[in-house]
Design a protein around this ligand. Structure first.
Ligand SMILES: [Cu+2]
Length: 260
């Protein structure tokens, strides 16, 4: 009996990892979240699919859409994409030259990713905002993605410790009561989690789709609001499978600089 218990416990320890949701995350990282007069106008943007805190890469096949929206103009940047390696896996790099002041919403819509372990497709529609050359209007502009977070806090020029608020929408409507997964982009694995519970921070949207999060550390933080669509896309067996739509937004926080 004792032995079975031990074996059972051992198996639970091995398979129990499943309990800690291994969040895949779409990520879009510009070189800077704010481009100033003295900066070069060419901005490189990296696209990937990975586990941000643990720094585990996954392959991202070429997205269906990659673009930038600023005010009323939306520019297709798909043909600027160059394949690259991100954490040892397939990722993409695009370049955009900023010519005038404004807020630039960079976004991509990936090909649906089939996750056999969960019998579903994962589609993370991923976005970030770049402020340039003093432009500050329209920081809450909506791209019109099927799953999208619209900032209620200006999504740049944020200090570490600031609260960030956003409203999540799915198919144009507020996503109330949805799970929000938050992860820190942890380059070089410099931050260590005390245990697995800390890897992903979790909260829910309220009935209006609004969530609030205070970033405890400077760096890039990713917010992913999850919505599932049943019978969405045909799976490998030809039957319609559910799809997890993540409305993903990446926001940079910066330490206050104190002169000595
Ligand atoms: Cu993964």
């Amino acid at each position: 009996m004792q032995r079975f218990f031990t074996i059972g416990l051992g198996l639970m320890l091995v398979f129990g990892m499943v309990n800690f949701s291994q969040a895949h995350f779409g990520i879009i990282l510009p070189e800077k979240s704010m481009v100033m007069q003295e900066d070069k106008p060419e901005l490189e943007v990296t696209l990937a699919f990975l586990h941000p805190f643990e720094q585990k890469g996954m392959n991202l096949v070429k997205p269906r859409r990659f673009g930038v929206q600023s005010g009323k103009s939306n520019t297709d940047l798909l043909n600027t994409l160059q394949e690259t390696q991100v954490l040892g896996k397939q990722g993409w790099k695009g370049v955009y030259t900023i010519k005038k002041p404004g807020i630039y919403a960079f976004y991509f819509d990936p090909q649906p990713y089939w996750e056999p372990a969960e019998e579903k497709f994962i589609i993370h529609q991923t976005k970030t905002y770049v402020a340039a050359l003093g432009g500050e209007e329209d920081w809450d502009q909506e791209v019109g993605l099927k799953a999208e977070i619209i900032p209620l806090t200006r999504p740049f020029g944020l200090y570490a410790g600031n609260v960030f608020r956003g409203v999540a929408k799915f198919k144009g409507k507020p996503a109330g009561g949805a799970d929000v997964e938050v992860e820190y982009w942890n380059p070089g694995n410099k931050v260590t989690a005390p245990n697995e519970y800390f890897i992903m921070q979790k909260l829910k949207t309220d009935e209006n789709g609004v969530f609030t999060f205070a970033a405890p550390k400077a760096g890039w933080w990713g917010f992913s609001v999850i919505n599932e669509e049943k019978d969405s896309i045909r799976g490998p067996d030809g039957k319609k499978k559910k799809a997890e739509y993540g409305a993903v937004l990446w926001v940079q926080f910066t330490d206050m600089q104190v002169s000595k």
